[in-house]
Design a protein around this ligand. Structure first.
Ligand code: ASN
Length: 596
């Protein structure tokens, strides 16, 4: 909708130019977009016949009346509803860093109490995220708390090569009630999804952001309903929102985001208890059962004086059922310290480490559905850390800060000795150092920084990450290295530019291709503006520029500000080589037969 876009722009710029107000500078690059998928749960429930049940078509209306969750004046000023052609698009008040978070609510029908959720619903959520992935910076899933840990775990596996935040939240008391936790939870989830590139499926509740596949519901009567017993929170929202970047999952791939909705339903959970009969276990393990989480005692123990029971387990694993050993304890891991644990390994069980039963069950469901893998490969995946769901013992693998000569020398010259100060120096120095290494294409220096514990996706004082810098310089090897070691293609610098914008500006074709392959894309605003840029490239016979914009995903049919397309500009000015070039890339890109 270019007309409205221009209108909205004009309004935005006119409000910026009013000198008498202290309005901070607002431009669309300072707006983040979040998609909120409302699946149901207490957060949007009302009382009918004395019980709580979801209420359809009421949520957005009530958000609109809450100033902490919607700024109506800004929406009117900037033609928000027209621009997004949606009454369900709302905008948060200005954030501390002058950013606006615009969010669109997609309400499911029917809304569900999460006790009614099934893997089909997980699939629907996954597909909706996949469909809308390019149009939003982050996603918030409103969900009932009862099975939220299952959905969060399942989505964490289903979302392959995720590069943007997906935050599940909900509440214990409906948002319509005077005292409720829904407003704070929704606000926190939106702020995190809109402001931080955390490439994980997370769960936000009661001021904490957790890794989704690490949580479990522990309290039915408290606002503090969730716990992540084996992993510290990814972030805390106190006076400031503090992200624990060392814990946040770092992407390690150059593959594009996709959602795998294939899930195996023949899975189950069984909990050991003293005196459990072999008949019960046998009945549970009968076909079509293919994967079972066995909740054992303590550090993964079961009676070693019950050959009848162990025989049932062994029979099942011999016939191809994958049984994962998880502890009944809230905290801790499965290990082999006891004779009562060793018997389960002998019976063919896979050790589930410190996975929650929710994570282990959904992981089984995901892994068992991978038809291309044989049984051994599936068992191997079950014991590997796929999405940060389990701690794999890395004893000695990570060089810690105190081992780093470089930081030590600096610390010494600054007379710094305590751990916290050392940490602060490291945090301040390493991002610009990594950018400097990226600038000169020095992969070895980046490797050394990484071994020191540096997070390679952090930015310098201008929010420019090493990936931005490498993309500007066209260092393909560095770009490759960074993408495999935690860099995100969605990082935006202070100017709102992503590494893809930089690679296009400096015309590094191979870098553009690699970033695109990894899922990088232009923002909606940039794509809207592309028409005008393409026309001016066509007018100046800049074939290289046209090609690079096309590789970056620009639509060559997009008209410029005056309604003309690039090819029309080239035709009108008699630039035959440009017309021929455009026809050639358009047909190889789109294979269309439409008249141009
Ligand atoms: N029964 C509700 C649900 O899971 C509980 C809640 O959301 N607090 O949908």
């Amino acid at each position: 909708r270019p007309g409205v876009q221009v209108h909205r722009r004009r309004l935005l710029s006119s409000c910026n130019s009013v000198e008498s107000t202290n309005e901070p500078l607002v431009s669309p690059s300072e707006e983040a977009r979040v998609l909120v998928i409302n699946t149901g749960g207490t957060i949007g429930m009302t009382i009918h016949d004395n019980v709580l049940a979801p209420k359809a078509n009421a949520f957005v209306k009530s958000l609109r009346k809450l100033p902490i969750l919607h700024d109506e004046a800004y929406a009117q000023q900037t033609c928000l509803y027209d621009y997004y052609s949606s009454e369900s698009t709302l905008v948060l008040p200005m954030c501390k860093d002058c950013k606006r978070i615009i969010y669109t609510v997609l309400e499911y029908s029917p809304l569900l109490d999460s006790s009614n959720m099934t893997p089909d619903d997980w699939g629907r959520i996954g597909k909706d995220i996949e469909k809308n992935y390019q149009n939003y910076d982050g996603f918030v899933i409103l969900h009932g708390t009862d099975t939220m840990a299952y959905t969060a775990s399942a989505l964490s596996f289903m979302c392959e090569h995720l590069g943007k935040p997906i935050v599940l939240t909900g509440s214990q008391v409906p948002i319509y009630e005077m005292r409720n936790d829904g407003r704070g939870n929704l606000l926190g989830a939106l702020l995190i999804a809109g402001q931080f590139v955390i490439p994980e499926v997370c769960l936000y509740f009661y001021n904490k952001l957790y890794r989704g596949n690490r949580v479990t519901k522990v309290d039915a009567g408290s606002f503090n309903a969730f716990s992540s017993p084996n992993l510290q929170p990814l972030a805390t929202a106190e006076v400031d929102i503090t992200i624990n970047w060392d814990t946040v999952w770092r992407s390690n791939t150059t593959a594009k985001f996709q959602v795998s909705t294939e899930l195996n339903r023949n899975v189950g959970l069984i909990r050991l208890f003293p005196g459990i009969t072999a008949a019960t276990v046998r009945a549970f393990l009968q076909p079509p059962m293919e994967g079972v989480v066995l909740e054992t005692y303590g550090s993964g123990n079961a009676p070693d004086n019950r050959p009848d029971l162990l025989e049932e387990l062994k029979k099942a694993t011999d016939s191809g059922v994958i049984i994962v050993n998880c502890t009944q304890c809230l905290r801790g891991t499965v290990c082999t310290s006891y004779a009562t644990g060793k018997v389960l390994i002998e019976a063919g069980l896979v050790a589930g480490g410190d996975m929650t039963p929710e994570a282990a069950l959904s992981k089984l469901s995901y892994v068992l559905a991978k038809k291309e893998l044989d049984l051994e490969a599936k068992k191997k995946l079950m014991s590997q850390n796929l999405r940060g769901e389990m701690n794999v013992d890395l004893a000695g693998a990570k060089l810690c800060l105190s081992n780093s000569r470089f930081i030590q020398v600096i610390a010494k010259s600054l007379s710094v000795s305590c751990k916290e100060e050392l940490q602060a120096i490291r945090d301040a120095l390493t991002p610009p150092l990594a950018c400097a290494a990226a600038k000169i294409g020095d992969v070895e220096a980046l490797e050394a920084l990484r071994e020191m514990g540096t997070n390679l996706c952090l930015g310098d004082y201008d929010g420019r990450t090493p990936l931005h810098v490498a993309a500007c310089e066209g260092h393909l090897k560095v770009v490759q290295y960074l993408l495999r070691h935690g860099a995100t293609v969605y990082a935006k610098d202070r100017f709102g530019d992503t590494p893809l914008c930089n690679a296009v500006r400096f015309r590094h074709k191979e870098v553009v291709k690699l970033l695109r392959q990894t899922g990088a894309h232009f923002s909606r605003d940039k794509l809207e503006e592309a028409g005008t840029e393409l026309c001016s490239l066509a007018a100046s016979s800049d074939l290289e520029g046209l090609e690079i914009w096309s590789l970056a995903g620009a639509d060559l049919y997009k008209p410029g500000y005056d309604g003309q397309t690039a090819i029309q500009v080239a035709q009108d000015s008699g630039k035959k080589e440009v017309v021929a070039f455009l026809v050639q890339i358009m047909s190889s890109n789109y294979k269309v037969t439409d008249p141009i």
